[in-house]
Ligand binder design. Structure first.
Ligand SMILES: [Mn+2]
Length: 249
């Protein structure tokens, strides 16, 4: 058996202790509260920046002000940008028919959370619906692979990626997901060429997406704990299609 000394530091810190895991889950629960509060303040004409500021303020209110990263708020075709940053000079304002992509997380005792949800401001059109359902399906395929005991990162990545490549010309250019700990993106990584084998006890994101320039994108992201034979989903926020439809006001 390999001694601890021969292991790289990132491999040593990947599996999370009970205490570390509790911090990640706490950070995630707070983010879910913030997401629910955020949905409640959405209204026609609100800007991405206003929503981003509300998210930041809410994390302060819930006692978790040190965020995992700057919250991503993207309306309409801005959701086609993987890491959209609301810009002060070019403010997107929410209008009926928009896609809304929200990606954020916070830290508890330095441990990060990460979650993405995509919503529709009013009844989505056929193309929006198809993109959403296929991204969700890709996510389910990846989770099913892990549930079948698969630990090879590239095989899990491929299960989601190949499905989307077959159904759509476009595909996600980022990895299917990443390890989460004291750093928001840590080892191991879901990528097409990743040599990584997921250790039991690692917390991973699963975040497939489709991004169509000039139209918009959908990304859905959960955090899961890798267990001996399967996984445990640490994200409680619903993600079914029905829940993604918001009524404009
Ligand atoms: Mn992520």
């Amino acid at each position: 058996m390999a001694s601890l000394k021969t292991k790289l530091l990132h491999e040593v810190r990947a599996p999370k202790s009970k205490k570390e895991l509790a911090n990640i889950i706490r950070a995630q629960r707070i983010a879910e509260k913030v997401l629910k509060d955020t949905l409640a303040i959405l209204k026609n004409g609100i800007s991405e920046i206003e929503v981003q500021n509300f998210i930041k303020k809410s994390f302060v209110k819930y006692g978790a002000p040190v965020l995992s990263f700057s919250p991503i708020v993207a309306f309409g075709k801005n959701s086609a940008n993987i890491h959209h940053e609301p810009q002060k000079n070019k403010q997107a304002k929410l209008k009926k028919g928009d896609i809304i992509m929200l990606d954020f997380g916070t830290t508890v005792n330095h441990y990060c959370s990460d979650m993405t949800r995509t919503f529709f401001w009013g009844k989505p059109n056929k193309r929006q619906e198809k993109i959403y359902k296929d991204v969700l399906r890709a996510m389910e395929l990846a989770m099913a692979k892990i549930a079948a005991g698969e630990k090879r990162a590239k095989i899990i990545d491929a299960s989601a990626r190949k499905f989307l490549a077959k159904k759509h010309n476009s595909n996600f250019k980022h990895g299917l997901g990443h390890g989460v700990g004291t750093v928001i993106h840590e080892w191991p990584n879901f990528k097409p060429k990743s040599p990584d084998i997921l250790p039991v006890g690692t917390v991973m994101t699963i975040e497939p997406g489709l991004y169509i320039k000039g139209f918009g994108g959908v990304r859905i992201e959960d955090m899961v704990l890798i267990t001996r034979n399967s996984y445990k989903n640490l994200t409680k926020m619903p993600k079914d299609f029905k829940n993604a439809i918001l009524i404009p006001r």
